[in-house]
Design a protein. Structure first.
Length: 391
């Protein structure tokens, strides 16, 4: 077992009509002037934004608004939000949306609370000393940003997609009504389920440490999400399944399933960030497209963890260790296909040239600051090999 510190301070309000409590939650955290941050489309069509506005008004909270967040949230909008927030005297960020909106809000909150360019934190040139408080009304089960310490944004200049992690940015509260996720289209629902799975799988495939209890949490989460992803494929309005996946989304990325380990591998996320940074693909689909290639490249370096994954999570009968590990990898790819997710770059609709593959490998290595991952630390040639075999 590896020593650890577990910190998850976010207050969760979960259930039907939970969004109607947003105003009182903002006031509870000392907020008076809110930057209401969102994407567009569904939060307006469904009337969610109007309900949030009424809740803020009833609580005596004033607000200013900034919409327009897109998947792989853009630095340019974040910079605009920082300027708007400062000009309007904002003291609290309120994200209404999925992971992209919450990540964009975190970046704005960093920028408002610290001098200089917010992009410096993502380039690791300096560390954030403060962060404006924020809360989230969650509309999609995927990133788990509502309970996590991390955020990922994209700089349009150079198509750089980078993350930054600090407990300073953990939301003060997360409002989670499963009914709000029913309007998420089937493809995005499946992408979200993959993202939830991968946040725990990245932690499952660690190099050292481990606790039986943590592994049990992770196993239960993975099996639950796979079961309910199949239900949502066929019955997208199933409230119970929406609730299971939404709660799993939050728990998959708040650190719980990594307690007692070295933190997990995370190479797949880094590999995918370059895919979505360059080609603007959906994050979950990019993860499913690259995972099998990564797994077959690294599994001999910790065969035990892959055998455990195959037998405990994928229910593969145990035989020869190598054969069992490979069957577990294949079983996960079969599951991805069953929810209509890609397992190759071609299925993803991406056909990178040799030069683009080399560029992604170099950017992945540079962005990580050296060899990528824990199971097998990957150099540039290794990363290039994984991209190539994923085609």
């Amino acid at each position: 077992m590896t020593d650890f510190v577990y910190h998850s301070p976010t207050k969760v309000v979960f259930g039907r009509d939970a969004e109607n409590r947003t105003g009182e939650l903002v006031r509870e955290q000392g907020g008076h002037r809110v930057l209401l941050h969102y994407g567009g489309g569904s939060v307006q069509r469904t009337g969610l934004l109007d309900r949030i506005r009424r809740s803020l008004e009833a609580a005596g909270v004033s607000w200013t608004e900034l919409g327009g967040v897109v998947p792989n949230p853009r630095l340019s909008l974040i910079r605009r939000g920082i300027e708007q927030g400062r000009a309007e005297g904002v003291d609290f960020l309120l994200a209404v949306g999925g992971g992209s909106v919450i990540d964009s809000s975190k970046a704005i909150a960093y920028g408002m609370a610290n001098a200089g360019d917010v992009w410096d934190f993502f380039l690791r040139r300096r560390k954030a000393e403060a962060c404006l408080p924020l809360g989230a009304v969650v509309t999609m089960a995927a990133a788990g940003s509502e309970l996590s310490a991390s955020c990922v944004i994209t700089n349009e200049e150079g198509r750089l997609k980078l993350g930054y992690t600090s407990d300073l940015a953990r939301p003060r509260f997360a409002v989670m009504n499963p009914a709000l996720t029913v309007t998420v289209p089937p493809y995005q629902t499946a992408c979200g389920c993959v993202d939830v799975l991968m946040h725990t799988m990245e932690r499952w495939f660690y190099h050292s440490g481990g606790m039986e209890l943590t592994a049990g949490f992770a196993e239960g989460l993975l099996r639950t999400v796979m079961r309910h992803a199949l239900i949502l494929r066929d019955h997208p309005d199933n409230y119970a399944s929406r609730a299971e996946v939404l709660w799993a989304s939050a728990l998959s990325h708040n650190g719980l399933t990594g307690c007692g380990t070295d933190g997990g591998d995370w190479a797949c996320h880094k590999l995918e960030h370059e895919l979505s940074g360059l080609f603007d693909v959906a994050h979950g689909a990019g993860l499913s497209a690259i995972w099998g290639s990564w797994a077959r490249f690294v599994y001999p370096c910790n065969l035990e963890r892959f055998v455990s994954f195959a037998t405990r999570v994928m229910s593969v009968p145990r035989g020869d260790d190598e054969e069992t590990a490979l069957r577990g990898i294949a079983a996960m790819e079969d599951f991805f296909r069953s929810i209509h997710m890609p397992t190759t770059l071609t299925e993803l609709g991406v056909r990178p040239t040799d030069a683009e593959i080399r560029l992604m490998a170099e950017k992945c290595y540079a962005g990580f600051g050296g060899p990528v991952g824990k199971i097998k630390p990957l150099n540039i040639d290794d990363l290039e090999s994984i991209y190539r075999s994923a085609r």
